[in-house]
Design a protein around this ligand. Structure first.
Ligand code: NAP
Length: 331
C-alpha cells in the first residue's frame, strides 16, 4: 500500500521511519487505568495499515505487558516496522538508583553492562523478534558512567541485536556526554504545545550534532486531543486522575486553544488533534512525534496527521494561540 506519510531518518543510522510514531505506554495499562488487549492489537494493526512504521515501547510499560502485546501484534508483520524499545528501568536487580516502587517491587534506574545484556534478551523474547531497530536508555542512571553504558550498547549493535541507539530523559550534561562518546542516534523527550521547554535547551544541541529527537506525550497525555471535556472522568490508576494538568480550568484553556485551531482543521478537513500532531512534527529539530493510541480510531486519526504539511503561516498562527492559552498547565 502506498502512503504519503512523512518519513525521516533516525540520526545517522540509515534507518527511516514515519515521522508520526505509535507509542504504547497506555497499551501497557499501568498508570493508564488498565488495557484492553484486543483493542490494543487492533490499534497497532490500524497504525501500520495507515503507513505508521515507527512503534515505541518499553519493558516498564505494564512491566512486560506492552512489549508482549506489541510482539503478538507484529507476528507476520515485523518487517513492516521500525521497533523501538528501552532499557535501564529494572526490577530484576537492586543495583543503581532507586526510582519508585510498583506493588511493593522496587524499580531502579540501572544502566550497567550486566543489566543491559540481560534486559535486551528479555525484550527480544517478549517482542518475539531477534533484533530491535532503536534501543533507548529509558531514564538515566547516576551510578554508571555513560561511557560504560555506551560500550555495552555498541557491543549489542555489533552483534546485530540492536540497530541504532537512543537516550531518554537526559540532562544537557548527559546529552553532551553521549554526543562526545559517539554512537548516539536520537533522544526521546517530552515535547508538546504544553511542554515546549526542550526547544531552548536540548534541541539546538541535537541539531548541531545530527541527533534526532522523538517527542513523547505529543498530545500532552491526551489533553491536546480535543476530546477531554469537563465531564471526562479518569479511572483506577490513570495518572491523569489527580494531575493538575487535567484540572477543569486547564481543560477550559485547552478548549479555547482548540477554538483557535478549529479553522485550520476545517480548511484541512482534519481534526484538531491532527493539527496538533502536524504542528509537532514541523517544529525545529523534532524529527518524530510519538502519539499513544488505545484503539483503531485514535490510531488512524494520529497516523493521518503525518500526511498534513502546515504552511509557515498556519504554524505561526497555532504557535501564537498556544502561547496565549497554554500558560502554567503543570502548575
Ligand atoms: N521516554 C519516556 O520516558 C516516555 C514517557 C512518556 C511517553 N513515552 C512514549 O511516547 C508515547 C506517546 O506519549 P503518551 O502515550 O505518554 O501520551 P500522548 O500520546 O500525549 O497521549 C496518549 C493518550 O491520549 C489519548 N489519545 C491519543 N490519540 C487520541 C485521539 N486521536 N483522540 C482522542 N484521544 C486520543 C489516549 O488516551 P485516552 O483514550 O485514555 O484519553 C492515549 O492513550 C508513549 O506511548 C510512549 O511510547 C516515552
Amino acid at each position: 500500500m502506498s502512503h504519503d506519510v512523512l518519513t525521516r531518518q533516525i540520526g545517522s543510522s540509515g534507518i527511516t521511519a514515519s515521522a508520526v510514531g505509535l507509542g504504547t505506554w497506555a497499551i501497557g495499562g499501568w498508570m493508564w487505568g488498565g488495557t484492553d488487549e484486543a483493542n490494543s492489537i487492533a490499534a497497532i494493526h490500524a497504525s501500520i495499515d495507515e503507513g505508521i512504521s515507527l512503534i515505541d515501547t518499553a519493558p516498564a510499560y505494564g512491566f512486560g505487558v506492552a512489549e508482549e502485546i506489541v510482539g503478538k501484534a507484529l507476528k507476520g508483520r515485523r518487517d513492516q516496522v521500525v521497533l523501538a524499545t528501552k532499557c535501564g528501568l529494572v526490577w530484576h536487580t537492586r543495583k543503581g538508583n532507586h526510582f519508585f516502587d510498583h506493588d511493593g517491587m522496587p524499580v531502579h534506574r540501572y544502566l550497567g553492562g550486566d543489566a543491559i545484556v540481560y534486559e535486551v534478551e528479555q525484550s527480544l523474547r517478549r517482542l518475539g523478534t531477534d533484533y530491535i531497530d532503536h534501543y533507548i536508555t529509558h531514564w538515566q542512571d547516576p551510578t554508571t558512567p555513560i561511557a560504560e553504558t555506551m560500550e555495552a550498547l555498541l557491543k549489542l549493535k555489533d552483534q546485530g541485536k540492536i540497530r541504532s541507539i537512543g537516550a531518554s530523559n537526559v540532562s544537557s550534561t548527559e546529552l553532551d556526554a553521549y554526543i562526545t562518546g559517539g554512537g548516539l542516534d536520537a533522544i526521546q523527550e517530552e515535547f508538546s504545545m504544553v511542554k515546549p521547554d526542550i526547544g531552548a535547551t536540548l534541541v539546538p544541541v541535537c541539531q548541531r550534532a545530527g541527533v534526532s529527537i522523538l517527542s513523547y506525550s505529543s498530545l500532552a497525555l491526551g489533553l491536546l486531543s480535543g476530546r477531554i471535556g469537563p465531564d471526562r472522568v479518569f479511572e483506577g490508576d490513570d495518572q491523569r486522575k489527580d494531575s493538575p494538568r487535567f484540572s477543569i480550568a486547564n481543560r477550559q484553556k485547552v478548549a479555547r486553544l482548540m477554538d483557535a485551531i478549529r479553522p485550520v482543521a476545517a480548511d484541512r478537513n482534519a481534526s484538531e488533534a491532527q493539527i496538533v500532531v502536524a504542528w509537532t512534527i514541523q517544529q525545529p529539530g523534532i524529527t518524530f512525534a510519538l502519539c499513544g493510541a488505545r484503539n483503531p480510531q485514535q490510531a488512524r486519526e494520529n497516523a493521518r496527521a503525518g500526511r498534513i504539511r502546515l504552511t509557515p503561516e498556519e504554524i505561526e498562527q497555532i504557535s501564537e494561540a498556544a502561547a496565549q492559552h497554554l500558560i502554567d498547565l503543570d502548575a
